[in-house]
Design a protein around this ligand. Structure first.
Ligand SMILES: *Cc1c(COP(=O)(O)O)cnc(C)c1O
Ligand SMILES: [Zn+2]
Length: 408
């Protein structure tokens, strides 16, 4: 049973019924799901969660839909791995990698889309749609296929091949738009106003974004029911980042973990870093920019949740870090060669931001640091292709000995 009771405006607090709606009629603030926390508190316990299914739906008491109806590809309960090799390199004794690159469509977006598609079915929609920087397109197309819905996905025309194929294979109507993500999103918002579609990150956004909270719940549970001292997570619209923070705090409010003292660090690539720039300037409003970054999944120049990210950083003492473009591929390679995890460009951004913060002495060596790897490197192979050099030989011993030096 779901404990979501209403939507409320994050700015003026006005309440709205649970409907496909995302913006306050009075102040244009974003809407968020309201829960009956007293009822959740009575229903929830560590034991109940531990006995739940081995996927994100074990936390359905904290989601706006219940697990019985879930459009579920088996998302969540991804590994939290102790990263001793990378930790050694960075002087960190308690570094952990949350590997969300191994979800069904190879990114954390399956969490948000699983919730949004379930809610869309509940509302009676027949078409599932999205504006995407790449990973969302694949996830929407896959969940739509599973749910038997029509799917319509819009992406910028210059996306990585792996993301285009990784979405088209599920059979959506895939539209590539000549413009940036922000152009795609604007077009999609206009279309959503005039068509009976569930656009997961527009009119379904309040439900969609709640799915990201499971990234906090899982880490808290996997660490033995506690929140980490530090989190490093990527920033695109900023939704994921704010919901990780919300998730830890909900668990604390329900008494499942102690008070949250986590410091949050957000990561962007310099070529699209409106939140990091606002952070550096000490302001709470990000100035929109035109993305020009190799980290295309993070290429949102006008991030919807920038203000809420900047507020968390201001209140919690965290930081938004912009990493140079050439450190994106370097971060991917560092993670792959120390921990055996091939993350996408967003992972490269996170690992390089983690490295920068470690080198700046931001972490105490024994503090628990969790880095979120949100997407799979097989979708963004172009970025590291030039640093991969196979050795080609004829099929005989002489050729092997002449050309291959295994000590190098
Ligand atoms: C979408 C995406 C993000 C960030 O998502 P927001 O919630 O918009 O900030 C991070 N990493 C990857 C790989 C993504 O696809
Ligand atoms: Zn309002």
């Amino acid at each position: 049973m779901a404990f979501a009771s209403a939507l409320h405006c994050r700015e003026c607090g006005r309440e709205y019924p649970i409907e496909p709606n995302y913006v306050c009629d009075f102040c244009f603030g974003p809407l968020e799901v309201t829960y009956d926390y007293d009822a959740i508190q009575k229903a929830i316990s560590r034991e109940k969660i531990s006995d739940g299914p081995m996927d994100m739906w074990r936390y359905d008491d904290f989601l706006p839909v219940s697990r019985e109806n879930a459009v579920n590809l088996g998302t969540g309960m991804t590994p939290l791995l102790k990263a001793d090799n990378l930790g050694k390199e960075l002087g960190l004794n308690n570094l952990w990698i949350k590997n969300d690159a191994v979800n069904p469509t190879y990114s954390f977006k399956d969490r948000v889309v699983s919730v949004a598609s379930t809610k869309a079915l509940e509302f009676g929609f027949e078409t599932l749609a999205c504006a995407s920087t790449g990973n969302l397109a694949g996830s929407v197309a896959a969940h739509g296929a599973k749910a038997g819905m029509k799917t319509l996905v819009f992406i910028p025309a210059d996306l990585e091949y792996g993301k285009v194929i990784g979405a088209s294979v599920y059979g959506p109507t895939l539209v590539t738009v000549n413009g940036s993500y922000d152009d795609v999103n604007r077009l999609c918002s206009e279309l959503a106003d005039n068509n009976p579609w569930a656009v997961v990150n527009i009119n379904m956004r309040p439900y969609y974004s709640e799915g990201s909270k499971t990234l906090a719940y899982e880490v808290a549970e996997q660490l033995g029911w506690r929140a980490p001292d530090h989190v490093v997570a990527p920033l695109a619209s900023g939704s994921l980042f704010t919901k990780i923070w919300k998730g830890f705090n909900e668990f604390a409010k329900m008494g499942l973990i102690d008070e949250v003292t986590t410091t949050m660090h957000g990561a962007q690539a310099v070529g699209c870093s409106p939140i990091a720039k606002a952070y550096d300037a000490g302001v709470l409003h990000a100035k929109p920019e035109v993305p020009n970054t190799v980290a295309k999944s993070l290429g949102i120049g006008n991030p919807a949740d920038a203000y809420y990210v900047l507020k968390i950083l201001k209140e919690g003492g965290g930081a938004a870090v912009a990493v140079p473009e050439d450190e994106v591929g370097e971060g991917m390679i560092l993670l792959a060669q120390t921990e055996g995890i091939f993350g996408e460009t967003a992972a490269g951004v996170v690992v390089s931001a983690l490295k920068r913060q470690a080198e700046a002495g931001v972490f105490d060596p024994d503090e628990t640091v969790v880095a979120y790897i949100t997407g799979n490197g097989l979708k963004t192979q172009e970025v590291v292709a030039s640093s991969v050099q196979p050795i080609n030989i004829e099929p005989n011993m002489e050729a092997f000995e002449a050309k291959v030096n295994i000590t190098s």
